[in-house]
Design a protein around this ligand. Structure first.
Ligand SMILES: Nc1ncnc2c1ncn2[C@@H]1O[C@H](COP(=O)(O)OP(=O)(O)OP(=O)(O)O)[C@@H](O)[C@H]1O
Ligand SMILES: [Mg+2]
Length: 265
């Protein structure tokens, strides 16, 4: 056991090499997420949020600074990380159950085939997909596919769950359903979560803390502690407390966008 934060980025600076020269994307970025916590990251479009997720998962490495998971420097892709994206990218030739089982076929584990299937079925039931195990992805709605992709991200019990705008392509009602499912998953499963989102209400409803990134090159502009209780419900988003937090975040995003334009000039 360690008292280290589960996710730690310190002084992370990164640029992409492009035909037009280096494109600075992240600059001296610091983010800390304690074990079991849920942090949302918001920021202007194109500021470097997806780049940040690739650095945490060990799919890329920063030019400067360090990324640590559970205190250990990230030097290669980590199987202790589960990821889900805006596009669920399920394999059409596999059933929903076999899509969810995929990480258990890749990541080392000592589960028997029947234990693997029990685990996948348990998660699918938790997100309301009981009875859809043998369907193909195209037979499901967008919201159902995204629920299956959350199960796939969690099936190997990752310590860290990274969600990059997973609900961005869904309609408003389906999105709210998924927020509630995320709440239940958080209650049932043990993971530390970093959620990238453009939706400020989503960030306040789901997270303990919201990190606002500046325009590119992104750095940490603001960290807001969400003061709603752990057993919050959707109606809490309409309380004066939540409205104040949302107004504050909206203002911060406006500042971030202004700064981005200034840098681009
Ligand atoms: N592989 C790459 N090579 C060169 N430039 C890249 C690469 N990936 C991303 N970029 C550029 O880096 C910047 C940040 O990209 P990134 O995808 O991290 O932003 P983002 O904050 O996730 O954007 P969005 O909000 O639109 O999802 C963008 O200007 C993008 O064009
Ligand atoms: Mg992105």
């Amino acid at each position: 056991m360690t008292d280290e934060p589960q996710i730690s980025l310190r002084g992370v600076t990164h640029a992409y090499m492009t035909d037009d020269g280096p494109l600075p994307v992240l600059r001296d970025l610091n983010i800390t997420v304690q074990k079991g916590a849920f942090t949302a990251v918001v920021g202007p479009s194109g500021c470097g949020k997806s780049t940040l997720t690739r650095l945490i998962a060990g799919l890329m490495f920063p030019d400067e600074g360090e990324v640590r998971l559970g205190g250990k420097l990230v030097k290669s892709p980590r199987s202790t990380v589960g990821m889900a994206f805006q596009n669920p990218v399920l394999l059409e030739w596999r059933s929903i159950l076999r899509n969810v089982l995929l990480p258990l076929e890749i990541v080392a584990n000592d589960l028997s085939q029947s234990q693997r299937e029990d685990r996948a079925r348990e998660l699918l039931a938790l997100v309301g997909l009981e009875g859809f195990e043998e369907k193909k992805p195209s037979e499901l709605s967008g919201g159902m596919r995204q629920r299956a992709s959350l199960c796939r991200a969690l099936v190997h019990r990752p310590e860290v769950l990274i969600l990059d705008e997973p609900f961005g392509a869904l309609d408003a009602f389906t999105r709210e359903d998924l927020w509630q499912i995320m709440h239940e998953l958080r209650h049932e499963e043990e993971f530390t979560c970093l959620l990238i989102t453009h939706d400020l209400r989503e960030s306040v409803f789901l997270a303990d803390e919201v990190v606002v990134l500046s325009g590119r090159p992104a750095t940490t502009q603001e960290v807001l502690k969400v003061t709603l209780g752990k057993d919050r419900v959707l109606d809490d988003l309409y309380t004066p407390e939540a409205t104040d937090m949302l107004a504050h975040l909206r203002h911060q995003i406006q500042i971030a966008q202004g700064r981005g334009e200034e840098l681009a000039a």
